[in-house]
Ligand binder design. Structure first.
Ligand SMILES: Cc1cc2nc3c(=O)[nH]c(=O)nc-3n(C[C@H](O)[C@H](O)[C@H](O)COP(=O)(O)O)c2cc1C
Length: 388
């Protein structure tokens, strides 16, 4: 597919979502939800960014077992849903469209965050050589992840159920326009996919089909609950984030997207290279064009979203090569009006890394916007109803 005549600022459909432009706010964990409950400050932060074509929320735990870091929000308690309801109400009032990222961290957790100090769960009992962040004496502190235990087959329907229940809560109660399943960055579903973290010998390990089984069961269950057209998924074929590795990612991910193609999803979201790092990894080659082609050849009609190190010129090149949506992470931390800044060609604020994770308004809701200029007619017409 080629998008020769389109621009980043045209409206576009992604399944059932009608987006006012192709610029997406990538999911960004900011650790400002004490007791996992979204706050008024979070509503302000997301609303400031509502001119994005799509806002993807920070990763949000589907269950307490899925929690891996301090002060990240959840979708499994009544107060959490009430908090999110205020966020989506304000984002919608500002004309925005927002999905929530559904998260189970798997082994990237710590006994302190688990019920009764239990071990985190994983496909196999292999400790990730990575850190999580806990609050110690009021200071966010990196600590090693705890040794996980392998999930039993009989427990897996419960994981699928938790994803499905969270998706239903998100759309029916919390007011999100849809959900993004977090299948990337070395968290539970990515751990199952990849050979470095999954050495199971049952029907959820071994072959590509087996390693992809849990992810595909989750996607089907979530789509059944909220509609494929409101469901997206994030994938990161070669990222080393959180100590994941696959011996042969190309056929693995082409299998995954061929299966996803049958589910009429809103979008497939792909992180190119190392999340937040180089887009090309010499020791982990990957052909992203072939992955997109495999999806399209299998009949996939969802939008193709790409992320990592985007700027306007790169997004325009990716658009010409057939991608539909462009997710910006760090630029959205520092530039609430990123769409307008991209339209004008800058200038861009630089983010303060010290305030990425945890804290209050500083480095969160206090980044400046450009002096106001009226937006186009198309924008304001679409503002009336972001969803169709
Ligand atoms: C502070 C911070 C928090 C992040 N949180 C998440 C998250 O919750 N879920 C996720 O999938 N990726 C997360 N990421 C990765 C970003 O979504 C994105 O993939 C990465 O920053 C690369 O895009 P960029 O170059 O546009 O920043 C996070 C990145 C940063 C810097």
């Amino acid at each position: 597919m080629s998008n020769d005549k389109a621009t980043l600022f045209d409206s576009v459909r992604a399944g059932d979502l009608r987006l006012r432009n192709r610029v997406v706010m990538a999911p960004l964990t900011r650790n400002r939800a004490p007791n996992a409950i979204p706050t008024a400050l979070m509503a302000q932060y997301y609303t400031q960014r509502a001119s994005a074509g799509l806002l993807i929320s920070e990763a949000t735990a589907i269950s307490q077992q899925g929690q891996g870091y301090f002060d990240v929000p959840g979708l499994y308690g009544a107060e959490q849903l009430e908090g999110w309801k205020s966020v989506t109400r304000d984002v919608h009032a500002a004309g925005g469209t927002m999905v929530v990222q559904l998260w189970h961290v798997g082994r990237v957790s710590h006994t302190e965050l688990q019920a009764d100090g239990a071990a985190p769960v994983a496909p196999s009992a292999i400790t990730a050589k990575t850190k999580t962040v806990l609050m110690r004496d009021g200071v966010p502190t990196f600590v090693d992840t705890s040794a996980p235990r392998a999930l039993r087959v009989v427990e897996l329907p419960g994981i699928v159920h938790d994803f499905q229940a969270a998706a239903r809560n998100a759309v029916e109660t919390a007011g999100f326009d849809g959900v993004e399943i977090h299948g990337a960055n070395g968290y539970l579903l990515d751990q199952f996919l990849k050979s470095g973290s999954n050495v199971r010998t049952d029907e959820y390990g071994g072959s590509i089909e087996n390693r992809a089984r849990l992810m595909l069961e989750v996607v089907r269950a979530v789509s059944d609950a909220v509609g494929g057209g409101r469901t997206g998924i994030r994938l990161s074929p070669v990222t080393p984030a959180n100590d994941v590795y696959d011996a042969d990612p190309q056929p693995l991910f082409e299998h995954v997207v061929r299966e996803l193609a049958t589910l009429n999803l809103a979008y497939v979201h792909v992180i190119v290279g190392a999340t937040g790092g180089p887009r090309v990894l010499p020791d982990r080659p990957f052909d992203y064009a072939a992955m997109m082609a495999a999806y399209r050849r299998a009949g996939g009609k969802g939008a193709w979203m790409v992320n990592n190190g985007m700027d306007k010129a790169l997004a325009e090149r990716e658009l010409a090569a057939g991608a539909d949506l462009f997710a910006f992470g760090r630029p959205y931390i520092a530039n609430p009006d990123l769409v307008e800044r991209l339209r004008r060609g800058g200038p861009f604020n630089q983010g303060d890394r010290d305030t990425y994770y945890g804290g209050g308004a500083k480095g969160y809701t206090d980044y400046a916007t450009l002096p106001y200029q009226s937006s186009s007619k198309t924008d304001s017409a679409l503002n009336q109803s972001a969803l169709t």
